[in-house]
Design a binder for this molecule. Structure first.
Ligand SMILES: [Zn+2]
Length: 57
């Protein structure tokens, strides 16, 4: 529960989920609990549970 932004460097692999475009990979950040989703093709995915009420800007 720190104020500084988490870089999500300490990730735990949760698993994959097959989609029509390939496979999504799910990782959870051990530090903040956010879940990162890596899309097929190695594209940087998106983050869920990253909503913070007092986010800067
Ligand atoms: Zn994090």
């Amino acid at each position: 529960m720190g104020d500084e932004k988490c870089r999500h460097e300490d990730l735990e692999f949760l698993g994959g989920q097959r989609t029509e475009g390939g496979e999504n990979l799910y990782f959870r950040c051990k530090r903040c609990g956010d879940v990162l989703i890596i899309l097929p093709g190695g594209k940087s995915g998106y983050i869920v549970r990253g909503v913070k009420p007092n986010a800067p800007q």
